[in-house]
Design a protein. Structure first.
Ligand SMILES: Nc1ncnc2c1ncn2[C@@H]1O[C@H](COP(=O)(O)OP(=O)(O)OP(=O)(O)O)[C@@H](O)[C@H]1O
Ligand SMILES: [Mg+2]
Length: 486
């Protein structure tokens, strides 16, 4: 197959045979040819690096190389394969070794460029009747008898060797040359494709590195902005709280008649001022909590807390708003619940948030239950290992509007609300559940939600019964009475 029949990419000027050829296939092809004709075979690249070297298996060659002068006699082969004479001719050149056996040397070309040489031999030419006279001279080792014995043996070996007419040897070399040219051609195409792939991957990698760098910059900037936002929220809500507390306090004093009797209308108005003030204070407190969580971590003051008692207190506190919506609020602590190791105020806030959500999102006439039961830390979906550490599970079950499936993974995110339209029916800032999750996890606990059939939602919180070592140790507070969780 001539090169100019194909549309080929120009060859890279410094490319080597080793880069183009698959060494294994080259070795296999050469081995097949060498074994087929019982000769040796070698391939060298243009930098004289030997890629394939299959020695001849003739008894004559073994005998000569075993002789003390063998290495210098057979060393002429090295000189042969390194000779660049064949590069200058079109076709094979024939060279004899010291014994007189022949070698065919053919340049391996691709697109007119010499990439290496193929050396076929040694073989016994049909015209060779005896060993070359130069061999007797080369064998001279100082032991004339041994040399004569080697020479006799070598002569016998030669006579037993099958001969190969040069015409036939040339045919073999030509066909091997053609096979190699095909391998070179496909190998070069493969080499180019892989170079293109490598270049494409390198480009993609560079692009990705650049994008990553820009992304890292943006993340850094966003983190700074986030910190600024948290600090701003913390400062503003703190500053708002003081005057608001006064507004609520003065409204209370007015209602108590400390500034004189109020008319019925005046009482109603002041009552509204106080209620709205309370609502506003609750929002401000939530914003403060979340900004504290984001900036400074959560300060826990842990002690043994009886959750059954806490459930009753929260139930009592939430009964008035429940009653206003005609919702039956019930509390069911299991008997003999062990105390948990928790921050009482935060545990109360967790339960208050869950119960106030349950009441808020349950239509008039529904029910809300607070249940407490003994559990294990890996309870819940996929859990149930009886060897997991003990926990108390607080459950808040409602018969409310439920949470659509696609919104469930997001309800614990700060500011996330299922209905976030400006016309939404329910008040709030979307911070309650985020605070719950942060507080619960600071205790080493867990919180999750499940849908309830036929309607409603169940929120479950697990508080570990025993102090969680990791939590304390991770934040370097050896005293179990106070833990900080970042
Ligand atoms: N028991 C529930 N039933 C139905 N939806 C709920 C329930 N609890 C929470 N959600 C949904 O999850 C959202 C997030 O709750 P979260 O408590 O964080 O915020 P919020 O109640 O809207 O506002 P905030 O608690 O800050 O006053 C709610 O807006 C609501 O859409
Ligand atoms: Mg809420």
């Amino acid at each position: 197959m001539a090169d100019d029949e194909l549309e080929l990419e120009p060859l890279e000027p410094n490319i080597t045979l080793a880069e183009i050829l698959d060494q294994d296939s080259l070795q296999r092809v050469c081995m097949t040819f060498a074994r087929m004709h019982g000769t040796g075979l070698a391939v060298v690249d243009r930098h004289r690096q030997v890629l394939v070297d299959i020695p001849a298996q003739y008894p004559l060659c073994r005998r000569i190389s075993a002789h003390p002068a063998g290495s210098s006699i057979c060393g002429t082969f090295d000189a042969l394969i390194q000779s660049e004479e064949a590069n200058l001719v079109d076709g094979s050149i024939n060279k004899p070794c010291t014994c007189g056996l022949g070698y065919e040397i053919l340049a391996i070309r691709h697109q007119g460029m010499v990439l290496g040489r193929l050396v076929f031999g040694p073989y016994r030419d049909a015209g060779m009747s005896s060993l070359a006279p130069a061999l007797a001279e080369a064998l001279r080792s100082g032991d004339p008898e041994a040399d004569a014995a080697t020479l006799r043996g070598a002569e016998q070996d030669l006579q037993k060797m099958e001969s190969l007419p040069r015409e036939r040897a040339l045919q073999v070399v030509r066909s091997l040359g053609e096979v190699l040219s095909v391998i070179v051609q496909t190998g070069y195409a493969r080499h180019l494709t892989s170079q293109i792939h490598i270049a494409a991957i390198q480009d993609a990698y560079n692009e990705l590195t650049e994008k990553n760098r820009r992304l890292a910059d943006s993340v850094e900037k966003l983190k700074e902005l986030d910190k600024l936002k948290s600090n701003f929220l913390a400062t503003v809500s703190h500053e708002l709280r003081t005057p608001l507390t006064s507004v609520i306090g003065y409204s209370e004093m007015l209602l108590e008649g400390l500034a004189g009797e109020l008319s019925s209308d005046q009482r109603d108005y002041v009552q509204i001022i106080m209620e709205k003030g309370d609502q506003l204070l609750q929002i401000i407190n939530e914003v403060l909590d979340i900004s504290k969580i984001e900036t400074g971590g959560i300060q826990l003051a842990c002690e043994r807390v009886n959750l059954a008692e806490l459930m009753q207190q929260v139930g009592d506190a939430m009964r008035p708003p429940a009653r206003r919506k005609e919702i039956a609020l019930t509390v069911h602590p299991a008997e003999m619940l062990p105390p948990v190791w928790a921050d009482r105020t935060k545990a109360r806030q967790v339960l208050l948030n869950l119960v106030s959500n349950a009441i808020k999102f349950t239509p008039r006439g529904g029910t809300v239950e607070i249940r407490g039961e003994l559990s294990r830390m890996n309870a819940g979906p996929g859990g149930g290992d009886p060897l997991a550490p003990p926990a108390v599970a607080l459950k808040v079950l409602d018969t409310g509007i439920g949470i659509p499936e696609d919104a469930r993974p997001r309800v614990f995110e700060a500011f996330y609300q299922v209905d976030n339209t400006t016309t939404r029916e329910y008040g709030g800032t979307g911070l309650g559940l985020s605070i719950v999750k942060n507080f619960v996890e600071a205790h080493g606990g867990r919180v999750w939600m499940e849908a309830r059939e036929p309607a409603g939602t169940v929120f479950t919180v697990l508080f570990p019964v025993n102090p969680v070592q990791g939590v304390t140790a991770a934040h370097g507070r050896p005293s179990p009475r106070s833990q900080t969780v970042g």
